[in-house]
Design a protein around this ligand. Structure first.
Ligand code: 5GP
Ligand code: ZN
Length: 125
C-alpha cells in the first residue's frame, strides 16, 4: 500500500490526524466518518478518506478500491444509524461549481428527513 498523503492547512487532514476535534462515528485504516459541524439534515455525516485527495477530479484508477470502500462504509453507516429503510442521500460535491468548500474529498450522508433539492445546493454563483 502507498503511504497516505497528508496536506498541511487542510481541516480534514487535521481531523484525521486528531490534531483538530470531530464527533467521530466510525474509523478504519482507510477512512473516518464524522458529524458535519453544520448539519443540513437530522443526520449529516461526512465520510472522509485518510489520504488527502483534493476532489473526485483527482481520483485515479489507483483509487478504485478506496472509492468503493467509501461508498460501502456510507451504506453501512446508513444501516447502523437506522436510516437505510426510509432512504438517504449520498452526495459528493466536486469543485467550487459543484458546491465543494473543503478540498479533501468526502461524501455527505444525509438522512432523517425527506430529501429535497434544496439540500443539493446552497446557491452557488
Ligand atoms: P463541501 O461543501 O466541501 O461538500 O462540504 C464540506 C462540509 O464540511 C460542509 O458541509 C461543512 O459544514 C463541513 N465542515 C467544514 N469544516 C468542518 C469542521 O471543521 N468539522 C466538521 N465536522 N465539519 C466541517
Ligand atoms: Zn486533507
Amino acid at each position: 500500500m502507498q503511504p497516505k498523503q497528508v496536506m498541511t492547512n487542510c481541516i480534514f487532514c487535521d481531523i484525521i490526524a486528531k490534531t483538530a476535534p470531530a464527533d467521530t462515528y466510525y474509523e478504519d485504516d482507510q477512512c473516518m466518518v464524522i458529524a458535519n459541524i453544520n448539519p443540513l439534515a437530522p443526520l449529516h455525516l461526512l465520510i472522509i478518506p485518510r489520504s488527502h485527495i483534493a476532489s473526485l477530479n483527482d481520483m485515479t484508477s489507483a483509487d478504485e478500491a478506496l472509492a468503493g470502500h467509501l461508498v460501502l462504509v456510507a451504506k453501512a453507516m446508513a444501516e447502523k444509524m437506522g436510516i437505510a429503510e426510509k432512504g438517504y442521500r449520498l452526495a459528493l460535491n466536486t469543485g467550487r461549481g459543484g458546491g465543494q468548500t473543503v478540498f479533501h474529498i468526502h461524501f455527505h450522508l444525509l438522512g432523517g428527513k425527506p430529501m429535497d433539492d434544496s439540500l443539493l445546493s446552497r446557491g452557488i454563483a
